[in-house]
Design a protein around this ligand. Structure first.
Ligand SMILES: Nc1ncnc2c1ncn2[C@@H]1O[C@H](COP(=O)(O)OP(=O)(O)OP(=O)(O)O)[C@@H](O)[C@H]1O
Length: 541
């Protein structure tokens, strides 16, 4: 924190004490600005008070918390976590029982994991079309689930918004405990997250939203940048700030990225263009071979100190897997969870405990915080910490039993039989286990563009830039011509990919591609290549 000297734009956003929305371009220092704001507000609060700081992922939340706590700064009673964590821990679990019977201990499950009799009570209105106005249609379903101790994951936002509206005790608690609410990545907010944010503002908390509609990439999950845009409209009740300077990327990368979005963005002439393009002969397999020799060369040329500062970003997981299979350099493939059958809450708990074994940065304390088990006596907390840390230190042969024991301590009950069986399968399969290992070793990172959100790398290889892939074509019945599916979301993904790069970004295509079904197709270049005259320098070697 001591080394952060805010720019004029950043300083204005830090100083503003009212409800506000900050539109922040990639690399513009929003995490630095947010941590300054949290620290300045928290210093004036009492010990039990704090702020609510919501991030999009646990990883982003851990980073914000780490920066806020730098130099042993006391964040007092502040909450750091995702929106679902907040809704569950601070609203749903403590206050729902005042409104309807909830069997203890309550746990989260996916709708499809609920007993059929409960699922049949879902109204005709799909959950994703739920609103504050039609929440009553969902109440019989919610009551039936809660009576059995189940909180349906897909309805957490709806339930939290309902509870906060109906429970004066919940409102009083939130107002007494929290002075402000910050939500990051607001462009990927859903309807109920937006409603909850507005409700907290109406209760008197200072409300601060940060986001960038050009980085909206979760439209497929019913997230919508219009909620961010609504806050920027005059009369919305939010002061509007923009932080625009990209401190992360080389100027030629920044110009290139902005030109993709805006045909009028001027590109400064340069003899040092850091966006390059390579077309490989062959398919993704040949790309792997090309990367084997090119990555070390480019690392030397751009003075990249560690392989972990290099990323290969793909549109789809199958492409990431193909490249990983064909690359000889030490690499870490970021994969989907290996748990498919265990109930969602157990899958996430088991994953966290296994990550604790492999990731020395992760702490038992972070897992206790994340689980919401915060009101523990000192001896209970010590015992829980010990049980969790055994997952790190136990022998491989004791891993399943140790994780089950730690999960039982944290859940307050034994995990399900299905969960226990799948845990055994995952622990016995080195490939599945590897998915939970963070790269503590120095390795090139391979992941999808969605997983790269919020991250930065010195050297980025942005692959999968094919026609039919990014953007994906669609064929509306009875219409002729070229049409794209969710073209703006695809463009945003491309923009997110390019702006992850600090020193250089290599766009990649190949003249053949293997699709998700394993078929070999012609690999024509993406329509985004050369868009608006944003031209990359070709690599001919
Ligand atoms: N005022 C500043 N002066 C110099 N460097 C800065 C300044 N503000 C931020 N940076 C640097 O810019 C980089 C990006 O900052 P940060 O990670 O906070 O960006 P971000 O806006 O959260 O990024 P994104 O939205 O793309 O994930 C970091 O390396 C940070 O140290």
């Amino acid at each position: 924190m001591a080394t952060f000297t805010p720019s004029a734009e950043q300083a204005q956003a830090i100083q503003c004490a009212s409800d506000m929305v900050i539109v922040a371009r990639p690399g513009s220092g929003k995490t630095s600005v947010l941590s300054c704001k949290v620290r300045s507000l928290v210093s004036g609060l009492r010990r039990h008070q704090g702020v609510i700081a919501i991030s999009f992922t646990n990883k982003a939340s851990d980073e914000l918390e780490r920066r806020c706590k730098a130099d042993a700064f006391d964040v007092k009673g502040s909450f750091f976590g995702t929106i679902d964590d907040f809704c569950l821990r601070e609203i749903v679990f403590p206050f729902t029982r005042q409104l309807m019977p909830v069997a203890a201990p309550a746990k989260t499950v996916k709708v499809m994991e609920l007993p059929e009799a409960v699922r049949l009570m879902l109204p005709a209105t799909p959950i994703q079309s739920g609103t504050v106005a039609n929440t009553t249609e969902f109440l019989p379903f919610l009551q039936a689930a809660l009576a059995l101790g189940f909180v349906p994951l897909e309805t957490v936002g709806m339930l939290a918004r309902y509870v906060i509206e109906q429970s004066p005790a919940c409102q009083n608690y939130l107002v007494a405990r929290y002075r402000a609410v910050y939500i990051d990545e607001y462009q990927d907010s859903g309807y109920f997250q937006h409603q909850l944010f507005l409700k907290l503002k109406s209760l008197g908390l200072t409300a601060i939203a940060v986001g960038d509609s050009d980085q909206s990439i979760y439209g497929f999950a019913h997230k919508d940048s219009r909620y961010l845009i609504e806050l920027t409209v005059p009369g919305s009740g939010f002061a509007h700030f923009a932080i625009t300077t990209n401190f992360r990327s080389h100027p030629s990368i920044n110009d290139f990225a902005l030109r993709l979005l805006d045909p009028n963005h001027p590109i400064a002439p340069t003899s040092d263009m850091r966006v390059l393009i390579k077309t490989v002969d062959g398919h993704q397999g040949a790309m792997g071979a090309w990367l084997d020799t090119s990555i070390p060369n480019l690392m030397r040329f751009y003075q990249v100190a560690a392989a972990s500062r290099v990323a290969i970003l793909c549109r789809h997981q199958h492409s990431a897997r193909l490249i990983a299979d064909h690359i000889g350099l030490a690499h870490h493939l970021v994969e989907e969870s290996p748990f498919q059958a265990a109930p969602a809450a157990e899958a996430s708990l088991f994953s966290d405990m296994l990550r604790l074994r492999f990731d020395q940065q992760l702490t038992a304390e972070a897992l206790i915080e994340r689980s919401g088990a915060t009101k523990l006596a000192a001896n209970e907390r010590r015992a829980l910490r010990r049980a969790l840390l055994s997952c790190r230190s136990c022998l491989d042969s004791d891993l399943v039993a140790t994780v089950l024991n730690a999960a039982t301590c944290l859940l307050g009950q034994q995990p399900s039989a299905e969960g226990a069986v799948e845990l055994g399968v995952v622990c016995g399969d080195p490939e599945k286990l590897r998915r939970l290992q963070s790269s503590s070793f120095d390795a090139v990172q391979i992941m999808t563009l969605h997983k790269a959100k919020g991250l930065e790398f010195d050297l980025v290889f942005h692959v999968d830039l094919y026609d039919h892939v990014i953007p994906k074509r669609t064929y509306p019945p009875g219409q002729y011509g070229v049409f794209f599916e969710h073209e703006i979301q695809c463009l945003n993904l491309h923009y997110v990919g390019v702006t992850r790069a600090v020193k250089a970004c290599v766009l990649m295509t190949s003249n053949f591609r293997i699709n998700g079904q394993g078929d070999v197709k012609n690999g024509a270049p993406s329509q985004f290549i050369g868009r608006n005259g944003a031209n990359a320098t070709p690599i001919f070697w």
